[in-house]
Design a protein around this ligand. Structure first.
Ligand code: GRG
Length: 225
């Protein structure tokens, strides 16, 4: 198995498709579109969507059916980076080797660009679910995949982890709190990529449990690295 080749193939599929999921916007609100596109185009490893497509493929699923979910998850990840860089959060001037979103577009548009990416991710997934609404089995797995993604990126996952991180910034950290922050802020979304991909690929309970275990360990390794 040529890991690099498989990775690059999936990454290319994402690069070739992700921008087509961006909304077409009126000239009057084009600034937020440009800001959303700027951060999506700024690079990044595309680790999360590659993981989602790979988990789907591992379970013999059709990766093109999982593509909307993979692109949505990269948009969610990108929104979190834009917001994380804001002056009220980490106050970072650079991201992915380029000036951070608020440095180019200003704070207000950067906030909206993050919100826009999150909302677009929801739209992409809702549109995909509605396209198969008459097929109960397909719709069920899509809804399950969607809940994995939104639970992990929401208050029980990434947002909760970020909130705890901010709250504990100036306090002494116990190992328990540190693990809580890492698991919620980073591992949850990585785990959701793998679980959502596997669900879309029709994984059975046993395979899903094994892949979940793998995902948790990978999340920990990612954090340590
Ligand atoms: C603002 C809701 C909200 C959440 C922010 C993602 C995040 C939570 C903070 C980013 C800070 C950070 C460095 C977290 C550690 C893990 C992480 C998400 C690293 C960046 O992911 P990569 O390495 O980035 O996959 P690329 O740029 O390759 O996509």
């Amino acid at each position: 198995m040529d890991f690099e080749k498989i990775y690059q193939e999936k990454k290319l599929i994402i690069e070739n498709n992700i921008y087509s999921y961006l909304p077409s916007l009126d000239e009057k609100s084009i600034k937020v579109y440009n800001a959303m596109r700027y951060s999506l185009e700024a690079g990044g490893k595309r680790l999360r969507p590659v993981l989602l497509l790979s988990a789907c493929e591992f379970c013999d699923g059709d990766i093109y059916q999982a593509l909307p979910y993979a692109c949505a998850i990269e948009m969610i990840h990108t929104y979190s980076l834009i917001h994380d860089d804001l002056p009220s959060m980490d106050n970072d001037d650079f991201r992915r080797g380029k000036p951070s979103n608020h440095k180019v577009y200003g704070e207000a548009i950067a906030i909206l660009a993050g919100d826009g990416l999150l909302n677009t991710a929801m739209e992409i997934i809702c549109i995909d679910i509605s396209s198969s609404i008459k097929n109960l089995e397909t719709t069920t797995k899509k809804v399950l995949a969607a809940s994995e993604i939104f639970e992990a990126s929401g208050c029980k996952g990434m947002i909760g982890g970020q909130a705890a991180d901010i709250d504990f910034e100036k306090k002494e950290l116990s190992e328990d709190v540190l693990n809580y922050i890492h698991i919620k802020k980073t591992s949850a979304l990585l785990t959701a990529c793998i679980r959502a991909g596997a669900i879309l690929g029709n994984a059975d309970e046993e395979v899903l449990a094994d892949l979940t275990e793998f995902a948790k360990n990978m999340g920990l390794a990612f954090q340590i690295t």
